[in-house]
Design a protein around this ligand. Structure first.
Ligand code: HEM
Length: 130
């Protein structure tokens, strides 16, 4: 994995505890129209599982692998059927990055910014272009 991504996620995990409330609060503040999609997820288990898959995907891709390409392509189709187009799907990776960046505050370094910029370009490309 890119050291800068690894370092940022490690610091984030140490500081944030459970990231799900932070991430989903922010998602629904920005996009209240998406909240009703999760009505079936009464326990929050699906939201938690989705977020852990997102972190695993980010870590795998930061390690340079394209092993997640097919999973992302499949989830883009599933999510499109749920009413979440590829662009909005890709936005979720950016939102997670913003939460990491804000949690790190002054500990967010220029090399983290650069590594995340590159990674988010790749997640968007796989989400939108397939
Ligand atoms: C704003 C963007 C997104 C929205 C609104 C969204 C919405 C949803 C919804 C409504 C579900 C079903 C919840 C349920 O079962 O009731 C779900 C499940 C899931 N999502 Fe997303 N999603 C987004 C982005 C992503 C991204 C970027 C990934 C990355 C791979 C992802 C991976 C998953 C997975 C793996 C599940 C299945 C979880 C489970 O039930 O085990 N989602 N998502």
């Amino acid at each position: 994995m890119s050291n800068a991504i690894e370092e940022s996620l490690q610091t984030f995990a140490d500081r944030a505890g459970d990231p799900a409330p932070l991430v989903y609060r922010r998602l629904f503040a920005a996009r209240p129209d998406l909240e009703p999609l999760f009505v079936g997820d009464r326990t929050g288990a699906a939201r938690g599982e989705m977020l852990s898959v997102v972190f695993e995907t980010l870590m795998d891709m930061a390690a340079g692998g394209e092993a997640r390409r097919h999973m992302i392509a499949a989830e883009v189709v599933n999510h499109d059927q749920l009413g979440v187009p590829g662009e909005v799907f890709a936005d979720f990776f950016d939102l997670v990055a913003a939460v990491v960046r804000e949690t790190l505050g002054p500990d967010w370094t220029p090399s983290m910014a650069e590594a995340w910029g590159d990674l988010l370009g790749r997640t968007r490309q796989l989400s939108v272009a397939g």
